[in-house]
Write a protein that binds this ligand. Structure first.
Ligand code: PMP
Length: 351
């Protein structure tokens, strides 16, 4: 009864959501603050009878709002939206990566990339990080690839690649292959590569509302690219699901874009909390990789990542551990409120 391709699947495992007790949840890079009050206003005045009708399939108003918020002369023709950036990534993989050559990505990176590659039968080659755990873009230039994808900042390290480094890479990489920069965590201190779009038609930027816009439960992600790329993504979307973003999410997303000062404020606060937390645990003997994301990647000499994860969980705090060789001694800690991080640093002092 099952299709042959089904046996090839190896699904992504998200951060756990245990129900045995109340945890401080710092394992999924969620934002500890609520969305803008403008979002709550839209929901409380929402005309539920509009659910009778299908949403705008192309989410025009929302794409205008995102373009306006990001600036840099973008218009709706530079934007594609979907049901979370995971879905958007799926459309990107389907549209731009072929099976004739491997897709390159960093050895340690977002673990959904190999899952989608398997789903679409795209061969992959993982390129080792440098000794300091930064992404080695030069390694992506060797051989022949169907395209490249990496997050900036990278996950789970949090390490940011400067725009100038990405520009030099794009100057050397074949212009007819897609380069995807996943900017899921860009709003926590990094600088976007959006200005590079004028020079590089093969650059595709993926973003999400889940982290910096406090929307993990609402599911909204988007692509910023040149219009021909966007048109191709519409073709893919309309061959799979006409209506990936529902009416309410289109409206709350639009409202969120109108309150950028609120998001600037809370995301700057998260960046400040991150830097203070990193400083504090460093003083307790932890090694913390330099992060410009809303999480830090840390380890302590002599301890396994799994034992750190377990010791912290025992105290009612969830962090994320990855068992892949090379990063198995680290834990990834999402940045919560200053109070939550104070509690955690207290726990880590004793680990
Ligand atoms: N890209 C990266 C690098 C991520 O860490 C995540 C979150 N797990 C996503 C994309 C997906 O985010 P979402 O589907 O919630 O938009």
């Amino acid at each position: 009864m099952l299709a042959k391709r089904f046996y090839e699947l190896s699904p992504y495992v998200p951060g756990e959501q245990p129900k045995d007790r109340e945890y401080i949840k710092l394992n999924a890079n969620e934002n500890p603050y609520p969305p803008s009050p403008e979002v709550a206003k839209v929901i409380s005045s929402f005309d539920v009878s509009s659910f009778r009708l299908y949403p705008d399939p192309d989410a025009g108003e929302l794409r205008d709002a995102i373009a306006h918020m990001i600036g840099h002369g973008l218009t709706r023709d530079n934007l594609f939206v979907g049901n979370g950036s995971d879905e958007v990534l799926s459309f990107v993989f389907f549209t731009f990566f072929d099976s004739c050559a491997p897709l390159y990505f960093p050895e340690h990176t977002y673990s959904f990339y190999p899952v989608y590659a398997g789903y679409y039968d795209i061969p992959i080659e993982r390129k080792p990080l440098r000794a300091d755990y930064s992404i080695d873009l030069d390694a992506f230039l060797a051989g022949s690839s169907t395209g490249v994808i990496f997050p900036n900042p990278n996950a789970p390290t949090g390490i940011y690649t400067p725009v100038q480094t990405i520009r030099s890479f794009l100057q050397k990489y074949p212009a007819d292959r897609a380069v995807i920069v996943d900017e899921a965590y860009i709003d926590f201190g990094g600088e976007t590569v959006v200005p590079l779009l004028t020079d590089f038609p093969n650059l595709i930027i993926v973003r999400t509302f889940s982290k910096s816009f406090c929307f993990a439960g609402a599911r909204l992600g988007f692509v910023i690219a040149n219009p021909p790329v966007i048109q191709n993504l519409f073709t893919t979307k309309n061959s799979f699901n006409h209506f990936p973003v529902d009416t309410l999410t289109q409206k709350v997303g639009t409202a969120a874009c109108g309150d950028w000062p609120y998001y600037r404020r809370i995301n700057d606060e998260i960046a400040r909390t991150r830097d203070m937390f990193a400083q504090e645990i460093t003083a307790y003997g932890w090694t913390v990789l330099p992060s410009l994301a809303n999480f830090v990647f840390t380890r302590k000499e002599g301890l396994s990542g799994k034992s750190i994860y377990e010791a912290i969980k025992k105290e009612g705090i969830l962090v994320r551990h990855f068992s892949q060789p090379g990063i198995e001694d680290f834990v990834r800690i999402s940045i919560g409120t200053p109070e939550q991080m104070k509690k955690l640093s207290g726990v880590m002092k004793g680990v």
